[in-house]
Design a protein around this ligand. Structure first.
Ligand code: KG4
Ligand code: ZN
Length: 345
């Protein structure tokens, strides 16, 4: 008898996207609904937690309803409810966690808690049937920059992390300095297309020869000094800069971030002799980063297999939550109704 399909309803509200998805057996995406709040946070140049929380409350029910409808399933077809409960903004996470607990209780379905960063990593291997281990995963998002030594979807060892600004945060802040629209990552990538990446020698902070940690705040400050002068007096020069000058700064900044990400990933690959490299998180949507990582992986004598999250699943989504939850379902790793959001994870 064929095995019963395991449909998992995933819920994601850790930052500024309200998302729900139905995924079958961890790999077949039946629906993926994402409501972005970017327009609400645009004028503040970053996510305002209270505004995010309120928008999640408004969006969560319609988004879940839409996910079920698009997947053409009812509650009877759902095997479990999964939710990202950490890390993220506590006031945002609590909305998804509360919704998931309510559905778990009223529908009498098991509840599965998922780490948002581990879910980003999962998004790179959803379609992979034959994961060659050991694998190194680079997760680059708005709040985190991490390297993991990955033994399986559920066995992840954190081996590198950011000690100050995350890569995505640096993209967002530099976009604000350059007066480019929010969210900064796509704006910088767009501006950088016509810029010269060698125009300005911005610093590449490597934090010691063996370090796998990341630091991007010095780079961000270097861009600020470049635009305002070391004394930080008077007006920013950005208003009087040509489009080309802005493009050159964007391209030089982007290239500095990518150089650091590639160097650290290479160190991690060498340290565990990884066969596979995984890339996920919002910044993984960046085409230059994807190309640079592909080139680095090909440069090895035994080329490393590179699994990159599809662009649609780089930024926050619930497919990655439901997909990772399938592995927890199979392993019997369930949460109970005392589940709480954890900001730091
Ligand atoms: O993973 P994500 O959606 O949310 C968090 O978990 O933080 O990542 C959002 C981050 C933002 O900082 C955004 O500017 C960045 O990902 N991002 C990009 C690109 N698209 C989104 N950064 C660089 N290039 C992109 N194309
Ligand atoms: Zn994320």
């Amino acid at each position: 008898m064929p095995e019963k399909t395991i449909n998992i309803l995933g819920i994601e509200t850790s930052c500024d996207e309200t998302a729900a998805a139905v995924v079958a057996d961890g790999k077949t995406v039946k629906s993926s609904i994402v409501t972005s709040q970017a327009k609400l946070h645009e004028k503040y140049g970053g996510v305002v937690p209270e505004i995010a929380s309120r928008a999640h409350i408004e969006n969560i029910y319609p988004v879940i309803t839409e996910a079920l409808k698009t997947a053409n399933v009812t509650k009877d077809d759902i095997s479990a409810i999964a939710v990202a409960n950490q890390p993220g903004l506590a006031v945002a996470l609590v909305v998804g966690v509360t919704a998931a607990k309510t559905l778990s209780m009223t529908w009498n379905k098991p509840l599965i808690a998922v780490n948002h960063l581990h879910a980003h990593l999962q998004s790179a291997m959803i379609a992979e049937q034959d994961l060659q281990l050991p694998a190194i995963a680079l997760i680059v998002s708005g709040g985190h920059t991490c390297l993991y030594d990955c033994e399986s979807p559920l066995e992840l060892k954190l081996i590198g992390r950011c000690i100050d600004d995350a890569a995505g945060e640096a993209f967002d802040k530099v976009a604000t300095i350059l007066r480019l629209p929010y969210p900064g990552g796509p704006s910088i990538e767009n501006a950088a297309k016509t810029g010269n990446p060698h125009a300005i020698a911005f610093p590449r902070s490597m934090l010691g020869a063996d370090s796998l940690d990341f630091s991007f705040s010095g780079l961000k400050t270097a861009v600020l000094y470049h635009c305002r002068g070391q004394e930080m007096k008077g007006q920013s020069k950005v208003d009087s800069m040509s489009k080309q000058e802005i493009a050159d700064i964007a391209a030089s900044f982007q290239s500095a971030v990518i150089d650091v990400l590639i160097e650290k990933t290479q160190r991690a690959i060498d340290s565990v002799r990884a066969k596979t490299v995984l890339l996920g998180g919002g910044v993984a949507a960046n085409s230059s980063l994807r190309a640079a990582l592909a080139k680095m992986c090909e440069s090895y004598t035994l080329a490393k297999k590179l699994l990159v999250a599809p662009k649609a699943y780089c930024t926050d989504n619930a497919v990655m939550v439901a997909s990772l939850a399938y592995h927890k379902y199979k392993a019997g790793l369930f949460a109970d109704l005392t589940l709480e959001p954890k900001a730091n994870g």
